[in-house]
Design a binder for this molecule. Structure first.
Ligand code: NAD
Ligand code: WQD
Length: 337
């Protein structure tokens, strides 16, 4: 049985479907601080099966022990965490407590129950401002904000855990920029309030929830002056977790793996692709650069293929078509408020 912390969230909900398709049994643990019961109902509808769900907080030992007492958990996919960069600058202690302390408590409980396999949601943010692209896993690590530092610290904590006990099997998946949604249009990204990330902002502009998109800077050293990122379809990302579980028993040492496509697209490339997919105009204005943004960030994804046999299959058009289907069918997301 796989424990999926944060399984009601954006990436977690898509991963649950891939786990089901691959024949894994799993249980979801989430405090719903950034998700809703409705996403779970939708996942159950897609897979045609009830999913064991525990509402609880990873910082609460008893909440977790309750799950480990009820199910024989062999491995954990650990998505639970807070992820808003700006909020992390405003509330660093809350981020360190939730993400770092939460992971410590989770690992303590895992150790207690002799469950020593974990796949952790890390991020390309651990590369800070990379000196060059494409980014390989052995590039220097740094952070530019408290959120990024929680990922960096957790990676270090997990490495220490392995050093003290080599029985641990630990895979750190460093996601680039997840976008898109499940083909059904039933589940997708549902940010609370005004979206921070590009794709939900574009899709909310397309359904006229937002008047126009602000493009943060057009004077970067990129092919059209706007920021370049490695957007990856969330279903490809979900599949990466299945591959991680398939390979976790054979890994030596802590494995850090980039999950990206290797393609860098600019903000304007994304706007054009979304316009094509949705047949809607996306009004935009050029705005000042956003503090902390880097010009270019995209992966060298070759190591993921080498060690996990995984590579991304979906391109930019499919990412935009699937994001659009989700947004147009659910203009208010899961309507959790
Ligand atoms: P999300 O907010 O949709 O999902 C995270 C889930 O964790 C939510 O359902 C939330 O309710 C839950 N959660 C948070 N704190 C918890 C706690 N203390 N106890 C129990 N549940 C808790 O975010 P997502 O986009 O699905 O991201 C999943 C993971 O991937 C996060 O760790 C995030 O940092 C990481 N990540 C995300 C991105 C991205 O751009 N979406 C990129 C890189 C890494
Ligand atoms: C993408 C590009 C913006 C919004 C963030 C986190 C990172 C990771 C993923 C979790 C950039 C531009 C954006 C807008 C814009 N999260 N943009 N107008 O910044 O690459 O990564 O999310 O780990 O840690 O930092 O993603 O989607 O915010 O921005 O012009 O309204 O779109 O400047 O070039 P980012 P993003």
């Amino acid at each position: 049985m796989v424990l999926v912390t944060g399984g009601a969230g954006y990436i977690g909900s898509h991963t649950c479907i891939s786990l089901h398709e691959a024949g894994f049994d799993f249980v979801i643990f989430d405090n719903l601080c950034n998700s809703s019961q409705e996403s779970l109902a939708r996942v159950e509808k897609i897979i045609g099966k009830k999913i064991p769900f525990y509402r609880g907080d990873i910082r609460n030992k008893q909440d977790l022990q309750n799950v480990f007492d009820t199910h024989k958990i062999d491995s954990v996919i650990h998505f639970a965490g807070l992820k808003a960069v700006g909020e992390s600058v405003e509330q660093p202690l809350h981020y360190y407590d939730n993400n770092v302390n939460g992971t410590l408590v989770l690992c303590q409980v895992m150790q207690e129950y002799n469950c020593k396999k974990i796949v952790f949601s890390s991020s390309a943010t651990v590369y800070g401002d990379p000196h060059t692209t494409p980014i390989k896993e052995d590039f220097p690590l740094s952070a530019t904000n408290p959120y990024g530092r929680t990922k960096l610290f957790i990676e270090e904590i997990l490495r220490d855990l392995y050093i003290c006990d080599n029985e641990w099997k630990i895979i750190l998946l460093r996601y680039f920029n997840p976008v898109g949604a499940h083909k059904s249009g039933l589940i997708g990204e549902d940010p609370n309030g005004i979206p921070n990330n590009l794709m939900p902002f574009i899709s909310q502009t397309a359904v006229q929830k937002r008047e126009f998109l602000n493009i943060f800077g057009d004077d970067y050293d990129t092919h059209d002056g706007t920021g370049v990122r490695d957007y990856i379809h969330v279903v490809d990302l979900a599949q990466g977790h299945v591959k991680a579980l398939h390979n976790i028993d054979k890994i030596q040492n802590v494995l850090s793996v980039n999950l990206g496509t290797g393609n860098g697209y600019s903000v304007l490339d994304m706007v054009r692709a979304f316009e094509k997919a949705s047949n809607k105009k996306i009004p935009y204005k050029i705005a000042p650069r956003r503090t902390g943004d880097v010009a270019k960030c995209f992966a060298d994804p070759s190591y993921a293929f080498e060690v996990l046999g995984w590579r991304a299959e979906k391109g930019i058009d499919e990412m935009c078509e699937d994001s659009w289907r989700w947004q147009s069918q659910n203009p208010n997301g899961y309507s959790r408020d």
